[in-house]
Design a protein around this ligand. Structure first.
Ligand SMILES: NC(=O)c1ccc[n+]([C@@H]2O[C@H](COP(=O)([O-])OP(=O)(O)OC[C@H]3O[C@@H](n4cnc5c(N)ncnc54)[C@H](OP(=O)(O)O)[C@@H]3O)[C@@H](O)[C@H]2O)c1
Length: 423
């Protein structure tokens, strides 16, 4: 096999992991590596510092390089850099979910016009093979549901809040100390990272372009130890879930939010930084993929896997990987969260008077909501009580109307939280 000449843009966690793994493949030559700060101290073994540059266009315009590995992240300036690379007929392997979620369809169209391939196994769930299986061996299926845990940071935080009763703030601090969370954790804890991954996953699963801006996204910052404790007592675990489903009328329901997941459900057992993706399709049935969703080594497995697939396809001289070409230009019809149907967990602080529970029941009934469980957690010093309600399947807009009515009542002191439930 002729040696494949590669340029790497980005030499941080993933870039160094990829570089290390590539040392075992003597048919791949890393010609150049672009970084942001050329003066940063780098101790990577076997790194010839001469190949470092702070100008990614030295890679993009280098006629010797045929594949670019982009592991820098972000949309700007990376979109323009990769666009130029594609116009220069370079194939791309990327781990950049934000770029693909926000501007992927533009890049894929430019790639198709230039007859080059973009592979991105590492962009969703790090080391777990999920993109290639969906696009190749599962392509005979009609996939109609995705339920997944796609962010290790939030799963770690929720696991510690459940197991050790830690507050959100303490669990986040621990995750930061252990390197599971970044100094600015916003992208993870507000659910954006999960939404980027879900937009990619649902687009390739449902064969329609899912718009990231229409994915309802709610993170884990409003959860407190009381919610995790009540969920546990009721037989659930709270997880940040990426949910995507094709409805009977062909519309698509895609969203990211915390959910109470029945402890019997396989996703409830996925703890710490592990990721897991459940797919339901016809005719294959239910599948589950579980493993490390981040980290230098697992992510390098996906990046280098893509690179080797590309290398072997390029060697045959055929139009590479016909199944891997992305051509989802038809927009999915995504429904609004208000039109979704769910079971709900509602935590309410109410006055401890005899009519409180009856009143909650009456308002729910008036709004077409059936209650399946109602639980009171003791009495507080100020003569209020926390009441937890689990509903049967109800429409989100009905729930929101009921909450408005409940909030206006004198006996309801606070609506503490509203969460959706998965059995
Ligand atoms: N970390 C993971 O486990 C993981 C898993 C899956 C996917 N990803 C994705 O992989 C990508 C990289 O993540 P990471 O964790 O490796 O990030 P990181 O540790 O912050 O590294 C980013 C690297 O890119 C370089 N860089 C940034 N902007 C650049 C630019 N304009 N031109 C050239 N180089 C530039 C930085 O240079 P300096 O070294 O000079 O700062 C650094 O080497 C992101 O898209 C991320 O979402 C990460």
């Amino acid at each position: 096999m002729e040696s494949l000449k590669v340029g790497i843009i980005g030499f941080g966690t993933v870039g160094t992991g990829v570089f290390k793994l590539l040392q075992s493949f003597n048919n791949i030559e890393v010609v150049k590596i672009a970084v942001k700060n050329i003066n940063k101290k780098r101790e990577t073994e076997n790194l010839n510092k001469e190949i470092l540059t702070d100008n990614p266009y030295e890679i993009v315009n280098n006629p010797d390089i045929n594949v670019i590995i982009e592991v820098a992240g972000g949309v700007n300036p990376i979109f323009d850099i990769l666009k130029k690379a594609i116009e220069n007929k370079k194939h791309i392997v990327t781990a950049n979910k934000e770029l693909l979620a926000k501007r992927g369809s533009e890049l894929f169209n430019i790639a198709r016009e230039n007859n080059v391939i973009i592979l991105y196994e590492a962009a969703v769930a790090g080391g777990i093979p999920i993109i290639m299986p969906i696009k190749t061996i599962l392509c005979a299926n009609k996939i109609n549901k995705i339920a997944a845990i796609l962010n290790g940071t939030t799963n770690y935080i929720l696991t510690k809040m459940t197991e050790k009763g830690l507050s959100y703030e303490t669990a986040l601090k621990q995750a930061q100390e252990l390197g599971y969370a970044e100094t600015d954790p916003t992208g993870d804890v507000e659910g954006y990272d999960t939404a980027y991954k879900l937009s990619i996953l649902s687009t390739i699963s449902f064969n329609k372009k899912v718009d990231i801006n229409k994915i309802y996204t709610e993170g884990i910052t409003k959860l407190n130890t009381r919610d995790l404790k009540s969920a546990k007592e009721l037989g659930y675990r709270i997880k940040l879930i990426a949910l995507g489903q094709v409805l009977p009328d062909g519309k698509i329901d895609v969203r990211v939010h915390p959910m109470l997941v029945s402890k019997k459900h396989l996703l409830a057992k996925v703890d710490n930084a592990t990721n897991s993706i459940m797919l339901s399709g016809y005719p294959v049935g239910d599948l589950i993929f579980t493993g490390a969703g981040a980290g230098a080594e697992p992510t390098s497995s996906s990046v280098v896997g893509d690179l080797l697939v590309l290398a072997s396809e390029l060697e045959t001289g055929n139009s590479p990987l016909p199944q891997a070409v992305c051509k989802h230009n038809e927009a999915a019809e995504q429904i609004n969260i208000a039109d979704t149907y769910n079971e709900y967990y509602i935590s309410i602080t109410a006055s401890n008077n005899p009519g409180a529970i009856g009143y909650i029941g009456t308002i729910c009934g008036k709004n077409n909501i059936n209650i399946s469980t109602i639980m009171q957690n003791g009495i507080n010093e100020d003569n209020t009580a926390e009441i937890v309600v689990i509903t049967e399947k109800s429409k989100e807009s009905d729930i929101q109307n009921a909450l408005k009515e409940l909030s206006a009542s004198e006996s309801v002191k606070n609506i503490n939280n509203l969460l959706r439930v998965m059995n």
